[in-house]
Ligand binder design. Structure first.
Ligand code: ADP
Length: 487
């Protein structure tokens, strides 16, 4: 089968959050299982040049439209860990992908609509025989409509379009004239059955458009699928989700077991497996604390590795920092945000604790530091208000760090409380709480730290359970394969 993923993020070359990891892992796994897979991404100027050394020109004179204006594009290809990646370079006067960032530009809607149309133009002109177009979140949702309303009429055929919703919170709301710029008359689609936003009736909703026009819709965990269909859980799109539930399926994400592997991870101070996890983790912790100029300690090392978005339960992350200090532990925060107010608030926190040798706050995206943090930490906290799937808790399990999570979305599907879960004891792998408030956070941290200090055997058992769980893409990619085959 020939599958084309069309995406705004791809690990490790263009990553903001989990979307990048998921497309990478999903694509690599279906390639391993015999599919021909290509991933299409904008050629952002923020891609590290070391990835671009073997660039190959695939298409030189690709003309595509922005309104009535024609613009010139080039399509390049590279191999990333044996995966073929196509990069669209837009020679557009607005320099859409030369912004030093993937998102948070004022014209994000125009940037990704332009990308969606140009990708289809290339696929049409390239004459490739494609089975599946797999699109992800609002940035590439318009591909489904453009394919069905424009490119199919031109003679470009695929067997099906699959939309994966990674996070329903971001929907790509815009004015109808944005659609018109892509070559379809926007006002025509401003109806409840089409792309009209259910909350702002004058707006077009790109994600809703993806849902209307895709042949299959998936989302990233079973619990999240239920949550978004429930009243108030779908950010306004509940009715559309229910209307399309026959084509909607929740499939739990995996993590790329080759990339996230403490036995081979090139970023670690010392690699380790389940067999020597205790020595391995303790060596990594020692070196890590030294690197960050923190004090050596016997207390628990607690971390949070997260986009700093309100959805992540930011007040509970801050609370954990203070709780950890009071309880003779150490806390590491690796977080990034494009929101200036959140950035300022966390910079103040960073300043407040700059001299404290038990706290380290890093407010940038840093892949190496993240890997080292997973390996060194005893506990990771994920107190999200909402979490479609969440990858950090799964990566933590793979590296022998115990997750403390709020039971929501994919966190509920992957973390089973040591004291309260119905799972057999050897399947319990963390600590969970229900309501995202300080008393519950306090109580769950208390349980986790007490167990760390007082029940080393149970702790060891949980590390074993986490490190030996198969959270790879293998299982989930079969479910995707089933959908591709059906289409
Ligand atoms: P989301 O997609 O909402 O950001 P996920 O838990 O699904 O959350 O995925 C987060 C991914 O991003 C993980 O791979 C995590 O390690 C990584 N990550 C988050 N923040 C940072 C950061 N500041 N530096 C490095 N990696 C980060």
């Amino acid at each position: 089968m020939h599958i084309i993923h069309i995406t705004s993020e791809l690990a490790p070359i263009a990553k903001v959050g989990g979307l990048a990891d998921v497309v990478f892992g999903m694509a690599r796994e279906s390639q391993k299982k015999g599919d021909l897979v290509e991933v299409f991404l904008p050629k952002y100027d923020s891609i590290d040049p070391s990835f671009l050394q073997q660039l190959k020109l695939e298409y030189r004179d690709l003309w595509s439209y922005d309104g009535t204006q024609q613009h010139h594009n080039s399509v390049w290809s590279i191999q990333i860990h044996e995966l073929k990646v196509l990069l669209l370079e837009a020679h557009h006067p607005a320099h859409f992908f030369d912004r030093g960032a993937i998102y948070s530009c004022q014209d994000d809607i125009d940037r990704f609509i332009y990308f969606s149309r140009a990708v289809l133009e290339y696929l049409f002109k390239s004459g490739k025989k494609i089975d599946i177009l797999h699109i992800h979140d609002w940035p590439t949702s318009l591909v489904a409509l453009l394919y069905k309303k424009m490119y199919r009429a031109l003679g470009f055929f695929v067997k099906g379009v699959v939309l994966t919703i990674h996070n329903l919170q971001y929907q790509g709301k815009c004015n109808p004239h944005h659609l018109t710029r892509a070559g379809i008359y926007g006002r025509e689609f401003l109806t409840p059955e089409e792309l009209q936003d259910p909350l702002i009736p004058t707006d077009i909703n790109l994600l809703k458009g993806g849902m209307e026009y895709a042949d299959a819709i998936t989302t990233v965990s079973l619990t999240y699928e239920q949550e978004i269909k429930a009243p108030g859980g779908g950010h306004g799109l509940e009715a559309s989700l229910l209307r399309h539930q026959h084509k909607l399926r929740g499939i739990l994400n995996g993590i790329d077991f080759d990339y996230w592997n403490p036995q081979t991870d090139p970023f670690l101070f010392k690699r380790y497996s389940l067999k020597d996890a205790f020595q391995g983790k303790s060596f990594n912790k020692k070196q890590f604390l030294k690197k960050l100029q923190l004090l050596p300690s016997k207390g628990p090392l607690i971390c949070s590795i997260s986009r700093l978005d309100p959805q992540k339960g930011l007040n509970l992350i801050t609370y954990t920092l203070k709780y950890t200090l009071e309880n003779e532990g150490q806390f590491i925060l690796i977080g990034s945000t494009h929101d200036p107010n959140i950035q300022t608030a966390f910079e103040e926190l960073q300043k407040e604790f700059s001299k404290n040798k038990n706290i380290f706050i890093h407010l940038k995206y840093d892949e190496q530091l993240a890997h080292q943090t997973y390996a060194a930490s005893d506990i990771i906290v994920v107190p999200s208000l909402s979490e479609p799937c969440g990858l950090t808790q799964m990566i933590a399990l793979r590296y022998g760090a115990i997750p403390v999570v709020r039971s929501t979305g994919g966190l509920s599907d992957t973390i089973f409380d040591l004291d309260t879960s119905c799972k057999p004891i050897d399947k319990r792998n963390g600590f969970c709480f229900n309501s995202p408030n300080v008393p519950e956070m306090d109580s769950v941290l208390n349980r986790a730290i007490s167990c760390y200090r007082e029940c080393p055997e149970r702790w060891t058992q949980m590390i074993r359970s986490g490190m030996s769980t198969d959270l790879s893409w293998s299982r989930s990619s079969d479910a995707y394969h089933e959908i591709y085959c059906r289409l």
